[in-house]
Design a protein around this ligand. Structure first.
Ligand code: NAD
Ligand code: WQD
Length: 361
């Protein structure tokens, strides 16, 4: 048997592109799918260049298809062309604010896309699925750090779609005991590949902190607004569990290794960990960093003075969020290793690599 093949939806996106690289590095064959609604073909070229020219990964293939996951016919064709052992499903819309304006688009894409994919997987007899969920499903946490068993509550249409997909997959797993499904709840992914060749490039004005920070430092935006300085936290700004995107990507490798450990002949290094059925994991570092600390770290590691102002709180922000990350370590043997310094320096390296013409706002 050749190395297992994974189908990655949303492969051209921020987390998808980094995960493709970590999967290829681990020896998997990868088939990527994306409709470029929040990315473009250049992202695929960058992945190919990093794979072949920088990392010299010539023994593994990355095949890419431009397709929408809601297009069952297109998916079917892809599954018929490749022997797929498992799927990592990143494709979806992710902007919390936008989801209030366009709830139908979010339900259609995130829930409809997941249903479409699941149906095709069932028809094609592919029974291993990793689903991108989010810490947003915890709503306002009752206690910190947040454990996987904590109660869930969505406060945005985006969060609703993640929660409803989790429920769908839970129902599905109960009825299909021979499936392996991992629900991964990401905290705040930031940073970029250390090469600076792939990274985050949101369409338009960034909603998230780190891309806003790097774009201010690059002179693309005037100044950073820090939303709120009067929270009940040590320095008054919000606290988040920022996780380096490459750590997050390697967590996906650990999850698929553990899920596929039952393949009759696993040609990669025999996985030490094995999981079956439906499992939920927090993907965070386990510690919180304040917005002010992140800004200060960025300034000190990059030497860039960041113009910023403290402004009103942003509606819907939770004061402090960070994961209890022990379950992933225990069951997958994976934990995040990279610190905030590296998150900042790698994000900056990527920003420096981008040309001014890349700004889409
Ligand atoms: P991203 O927007 O960079 O990547 C998502 C990719 O999916 C994009 O390239 C987009 O073009 C593609 N896509 C969207 N709808 C599609 C469809 N119907 N068919 C095919 N492709 C489609 O986002 P990301 O940050 O890489 O997030 C990946 C996943 O992780 C998403 O499901 C997101 O909700 C989830 N997540 C992200 C974060 C975060 O902060 N980045 C946190 C928690 C969870
Ligand atoms: C982080 C902190 C802001 C921008 C979001 C989603 C969550 C998940 C991750 C998908 C907050 C502050 C931000 C700025 C600022 N995504 N901030 N100035 O809100 O923690 O989480 O992304 O699932 O669901 O809600 O991330 O990066 O937007 O904000 O002061 O210009 O930075 O107030 O405290 P958030 P974020």
């Amino acid at each position: 048997m050749n190395a297992p093949t994974l189908l990655v939806t949303g492969a051209a996106g921020f987390i998808g592109s980094h995960t493709v690289i970590e999967l290829l590095t681990a020896g998997f064959q990868v088939v990527g799918v994306d409709n470029f609604s929040n990315s473009d073909a250049k992202a695929v070229d960058r992945i190919q260049a990093l794979k072949t020219e920088v990392l010299d990964l010539r023994g593994v293939n990355f095949k890419f298809y431009k397709a929408d996951v809601r297009d069952a016919k297109a998916l079917e064709e892809i599954f018929k062309t490749h022997v797929v052992h498992g799927v990592i499903h990143f494709a979806g819309l992710k902007a919390v604010g936008e989801s209030f304006e366009h709830p139908l688009a979010y339900w259609e894409n995130n829930v409809g896309g997941t249903m479409s994919l699941l149906k095709v997987m069932q028809e094609q007899n592919v029974k291993n699925l990793v689903f991108s969920s989010s810490a947003t499903v915890y709503g306002i946490p009752e206690s910190l750090p947040i454990k996987e068993e904590a109660s869930t509550h969505a406060f945005s249409p985006y969060g609703q779609t993640k929660l409803v997909c989790e429920h769908l997959l839970e129902d599905f797993a109960k009825a299909n005991k021979d499936w392996n499904i991992s629900l991964l709840r990401y905290f705040n992914p930031v940073g970029a590949h250390e090469s600076g060749l792939i990274g985050e490039l949101p369409n338009g004005v960034p909603n998230n902190l780190m891309p806003y920070v790097t774009q201010v430092a690059a002179g693309w935006r005037d100044q950073l607004s820090i939303f709120g300085s009067d929270y009940d936290t040590p320095d008054g700004t919000c606290i988040r569990d920022f996780i380096h995107v490459v750590d997050l990507a390697s967590g996906h490798v650990a999850a698929v290794q553990a899920m596929l450990s039952n393949l009759e002949t696993h040609p990669l290094n025999a996985p030490k960990f094995s999981i079956n059925g439906l499992n939920i994991f927090n993907f965070g570092t386990g510690y919180g960093v304040s917005v002010k600390e992140l800004v200060e770290t960025f300034e000190s590691v990059t030497g860039q003075k960041l113009k910023h102002a403290f402004v009103e709180r942003r509606q819907g922000d939770v004061p402090a969020v960070f994961a209890d990350a022990r379950k992933a370590k225990e069951f997958l043997g994976w934990e995040a290793k990279k610190g905030v310094d590296q998150m900042c320096s790698d994000a900056w390296k990527w920003q420096l690599n981008l040309k001014q013409t890349e700004v889409k706002a």
